[in-house]
Design a protein around this ligand. Structure first.
Ligand SMILES: [Zn+2]
Length: 74
């Protein structure tokens, strides 16, 4: 897990590690990543995802689904 002490966006020292179910939207498709660990800044709303969080997001994201092959426009 990466360690972050200050928010890279606003410089707030209140940024903190949270664990929460996250709802995201990619290309109009909504999906849910349950029990995701990430950093959130209470001052500006910035969210930072570490490598583990990114892997979990990708695993749940329809944009990265490996079981389906989607032809994307170039
Ligand atoms: Zn911030």
């Amino acid at each position: 897990m990466l360690k972050i002490k200050t928010c890279p966006t606003c410089g707030s020292k209140r940024i903190r590690n949270v664990r929460r179910t996250v709802r995201r939207t990619v290309k109009g498709k909504r999906y849910v990543v349950p029990d995701l660990e990430f950093y959130e800044c209470p001052d500006c709303g910035e969210k930072l995802y570490g490598p583990e969080a990114m892997r979990r997001i990708e695993a749940y994201s329809p944009a990265y689904a490996k079981s389906r092959r989607i032809a994307l426009p170039a």
